[in-house]
Ligand binder design. Sequence first.
Ligand code: ASP
Length: 337
Amino acid sequence: MARVIVLATGGTIASTRSSSPGATATESIEALLQSVDSGEHEVVGKDILTTGSYLLNHRDLRIIAHTVAEALEDASCDGVVLTHGTDTLEETAYLLDLVHSSSKPVVVTGAQRTPDSVGHDGELNLQDAIAVAGSPESSGRGVLITFAGCVYPARGTVKLHTTNPSPFGGVGACGYVADTPSVGAADGNGSSHSTKHVHFHAFPRRAQPLALPDEKFDATRVDVIVSHPGADATAAQACADAGAKGIIVLGTGAGNGNHALLLWARQAMESGITVGLATRVPHGSVLPLYGNGGASDFLDAGALSMGSLPWSQARILLALLLSQQQVISSDVLAEHI
Ligand code: ASP
């Protein structure tokens, strides 16, 4: 038996539809855990926030990261589950993974359907997440995402569908959770019980842990701009004027921009803004394949390649690094992209 601490932040898994025209996060972790079969594991719940993940800011992420770290330090805790909205789950999970320095697992989960809707998925996802957090197999694997029976590494996993009950993908699953039902096994009255089997077929990529975010992270502004046919530098310059320390350019293809964006990027870097180059394409890496305003020119000018890191996670990496160091070390960056 393991002792699992379940920390809650809100999201669809904790939302109800009755309160306003759209669903809002209202339910405490105590309410969620009432309907959850935690199997053989002892579960302790604690609310950090009760909100939609589309409302989170850097300060919230910092508080979540510190609360998770405290839970991991508790000697009686074997693993942590974090319930979270799916919209920005990939950002929070990745931040937690960047600063994860324990062998104990952290498992992030949520739901696509509210507990008061037909076919709600939160209960099962939470049960699976508890099983993964309580499994000795999860040790040393860092921060994981459990959703719709699949287990994913935090790095490289993103939300790919707005409503599908299995919305996550990217680098692909590293494991799964399966139920083995045993009818009436425990009480002989015909009710069903199940045992969870947690299986891993791949080991997530791990990097040296970074320091936990401090208060500087809250105000470290890193913006994202997108290249597209006819894109000019108006949006990018507005980000710079608003005080961005870093700006990620989402290039087309393998990270290509155009002449206007390249000119702007050169000037921005001269003025001390860090420019990261990512791609708007869901799979594959930034590569110096093209000149004439392409990725090759941006990288030559000093833009940092964000490699194969999804842009949402590249933004988190840049914000954390820029909140902790003046100049981003290429060795540190290389470990993550
Ligand atoms: N759709 C979201 C969810 O699954 C809303 C949010 O991110 O909070 O929770």
